[in-house]
Design a protein around this ligand. Structure first.
Ligand code: R5P
Length: 293
């Protein structure tokens, strides 16, 4: 039976996966030395184990903790190593935009691949990142659990804050059975985003704004403000990955949001949608397949 390893900040997600799969979970001892170096120790025997490390990569320093955990599994002679990285950091830098830059997403994938035979993740910021795993990455969509949650709130329009997020909004809207559209976002700086006008009929509607990441909340706040000015009756802000940099919820409430929620890819008090079922199904599938052989 596979052993789940509960990474830092991913303990509750690992427990939810454990409940669905009936697999055991190992806790991990985490320490930081005075010089800032990380120490990890998986508190379960690993020899000949099929190990699944569950470690989110936010804050991005957790990417390093993930590698330490994968290395611990290998050094302790696990028979098989897989990982779940519910939020995959560095996915924005999926290519070299300017001369002299690294391709950070490929570096992260290369390091993970060095140890893990498979990586399961959710709503990668750029789908292309999965290709850096050479077929060994499952990029799961959280559309279904978000559709369920938004439907229960009576949302009657799903908006993407920009064209890049349109496919997700379309997919969620299709599942709920409501229309979708997108706004046009203009990024002025890393903290300032302007929402350009687009003729979206929002008047009198309960609108959900759905994005992959809620970081500083700038994108969502602009979208919320814009939608209200166009006459929406209510705005629900939803993001797959809630990074919540600064007082994001206050910022969104000030902009008029009636509710803010995210998934548990990064655990927070606003993690109202769980991706555990998606992850459990993806992890169990190869076991089922090999049992059927
Ligand atoms: C950008 O392309 C992403 O999809 C999100 O819109 C962005 O990361 C959100 O960041 P923030 O909350 O800081 O505006």
């Amino acid at each position: 039976m596979p052993l789940l390893v509960a990474g830092e900040g991913s303990g509750s997600l690992a427990q939810k996966i454990a409940k669905l799969t009936s697999w055991p979970v190992s806790n991990v001892e985490f320490k930081t030395f005075p010089d800032g170096e990380d120490y990890v120790r998986i508190l379960a025997p690993l020899k000949d184990q099929d190990v699944v490390v569950v470690q989110t990569a936010f804050p991005p320093s957790r990417l390093w903790k993930l590698l330490l955990l994968l290395n611990a599994a290998e050094e302790n002679r696990a028979s098989s190593i897989r990982c779940v990285v519910p939020y995959f950091a560095y996915a924005r830098q999926d290519r070299m935009f300017l001369e002299g830059e690294p391709v950070s997403a490929r570096l992260a994938a290369d390091c993970i691949r060095r140890y893990a035979r498979n990586c399961v993740t959710v709503d990668l910021h750029k789908d292309a990142v999965a290709e850096y795993f050479g077929g060994a990455c499952q990029n799961l969509s959280a559309a279904e659990p978000f559709a369920r949650e938004l439907k229960s709130r009576g949302v009657d329009l799903v908006l993407a804050p920009d064209a890049g997020a349109l496919a997700r909004a379309r997919e969620v809207a299709r599942r709920i059975g409501v229309p979708h559209d997108h706004l046009e976002k203009k990024r002025i700086s890393s903290e300032v985003v302007e929402m350009a006008h687009k003729n979206v009929e929002v008047k009198g509607r309960k609108v959900a704004v759905l994005d992959d990441i809620i970081g500083t909340g700038g994108t969502m706040a602009r979208a919320t403000d814009h939608i209200f000015r166009q006459g929406a009756s209510a705005v629900v802000c939803a993001g797959v990955h809630g990074l919540f940099i600064g007082d994001v919820v206050g910022r969104l409430k000030n902009a008029g949001a009636s509710e803010v929620f995210v998934s548990d890819t990064v655990d927070s008090p606003y993690s109202r949608v769980s991706v555990s079922e998606l992850l459990a199904n993806a992890l169990v599938a190869p076991v089922r397949t090999s049992l059927q052989r």
